[in-house]
Design a protein around this ligand. Structure first.
Ligand SMILES: Cc1ncc(COP(=O)(O)O)c(C=O)c1O
Length: 425
């Protein structure tokens, strides 16, 4: 066994031990975790292992959820951790929340930083990508006339936040319109480069475009930004814990993500990364004693919130390690290609996402020529109980399909059967 594989195997083994060491786990959860740990070397196409992973979730047996792009369910082990910490909090809230559970935030920060590939001093824990990214958008010292480059395919909350600054502070938004999918780095870098002027201060980059699953080359765009002495804000809502990368390697200045997406952490958990030497200049969204402090914790003045949710993040990281980011990325890519390769022979099938791992992963978007996507999505749900989401945004019109680690290949067979059936209506 090579060294890397041995290391990953050890990590998975340790994480299984950590989770199984929790006194509050149900028998069903213990069985599922033990089952997963039985196949340390299973690959992306080894359904015996992935069936065990499915057992570790509590998915609806009568519905096939292919909208994991919206939000992911939590594994049983995470749900039970949140329930445990919540019950504990309710025994004596001010004591358990402020004196006990609040102390657990630093270990969670350490775990997230290790997974992200940066220092814990660069990670703030919060509630979601919107909060993380808007902290930077509203906290940046920009003045009238300063320019921001962004795309028409970015996420609405982020677009609205930038527009609010445009309206209030007179900053200037420079829009790029991407024709997706794109499988060429230069095309994307050139599009951003063409919008840069001497007034540009920052590039807003969506790491994975949520509408179609297109991956943007964050590292190349950071290099472009560096050549112009400007910064990059990375919307990593869809990429953290989805496929492997290190924040430091990407070289972005700021990054925000939702942990309730691909990490499968509790609903309402997120993370903000700020390069250490930039923390001081970003004002927090919720005031701290010293807004110019260089301590990343100044972004955590959220007041009273669910400490049970924060603590559940630590359990989600351990569960994630039991699969491993590399193996997870490969499986998600495998599942996407699995259904698309079957669907490609359906008359009129059009895919709006790349099948290459550098340009896409779990998330994809398709349409049927001449057919209404809303009608198709309703048909899939009404007749096959397959849950998808129709997307109509700017130049993108198609059905978004997002499997997750608990999706079985038989679920995807049924989904493709549903598309075939629709073509006969
Ligand atoms: C690209 C992108 N950015 C930001 C968000 C916002 O995430 P949240 O609702 O968790 O704040 C989403 C949500 O789907 C997204 O897809």
């Amino acid at each position: 066994m090579n060294k890397r594989r041995f290391f990953l195997r050890q990590v998975a083994h340790t994480s299984a031990g950590v989770l199984l060491g929790s006194s509050f786990l149900s028998a069903a959860t213990r069985n599922a975790l033990t089952g997963m740990a039985t196949f340390p070397d299973a690959g992306a196409d080894d359904d015996t292992f992935w069936e065990q992973v499915k057992q570790a979730y509590t998915v609806n047996a009568n519905m096939i959820n292919l909208n994991n792009g919206g939000v992911s369910p939590q594994p049983r082990a995470v749900q039970e951790a949140v329930e445990h910490y919540n019950r504990l909090s309710n025994e004596t809230p001010s004591y358990y929340m402020w004196r006990i559970l609040d102390q657990g935030r630093e270990p969670v920060r350490d775990k997230l930083a290790a997974l992200a590939g940066c220092s814990p001093e660069e990670i703030a824990i919060n509630r979601n990508s919107s909060e993380a990214l808007e902290t930077v958008i509203f906290g940046l010292p920009l003045k009238a006339g300063d320019e921001v480059v962004l795309t028409k395919q970015d996420y609405p909350n982020m677009i609205n936040a930038w527009k609010q600054r445009e309206h209030r502070d007179g900053i200037v938004l420079k829009w790029i319109n991407l024709e997706l999918p794109i499988e060429d780095e230069k095309t994307i870098v050139d599009a951003f480069a063409s919008a840069i002027t001497p007034r540009t201060r920052i590039l807003h980059v969506t790491h994975m475009i949520n509408w179609t699953g297109q991956i943007l080359p964050a590292k190349a765009l950071s290099q472009l930004a560096a050549q112009h002495g400007i910064e990059v804000l990375l919307d990593a809502a869809h990429t953290f814990a989805h496929f492997p990368y290190d924040i430091k390697d990407l070289g972005v200045t700021y990054m925000g993500t939702s942990l309730h997406k691909w990490l499968c952490a509790p609903f309402g958990s997120g993370m903000l990364y700020i390069q250490k030497d930039k923390i001081g200049k970003i004002y927090p969204l919720l005031a701290a004693p010293d807004p110019t402090s260089e301590d990343i914790r100044k972004f955590e003045n959220l007041g009273t919130r669910s400490f049970a949710i924060e603590q559940g993040i630590g359990h989600a990281v351990e569960f994630h390690h039991m699969i491993g980011t590399e193996r997870k990325g490969k499986r998600l890519h495998y599942l996407k290609n699995y259904w698309v390769e079957q669907a490609q022979s359906i008359p009129g099938f059009q895919l709006h996402t790349s099948l290459k791992p550098e340009w896409g992963c779990a998330l994809s978007n398709f349409s049927l020529e001449g057919r209404d996507i809303g009608d198709l999505s309703s048909f899939l749900y009404n007749k096959y109980k397959v849950h998808t989401v129709p997307i109509n945004w700017e130049n993108i019109h198609g059905i978004r399909v997002t499997p997750n680690v608990y999706t079985a290949t038989r679920d995807l067979d049924r989904f493709v059967e549903g598309i075939w059936a629709y073509t006969k209506t």
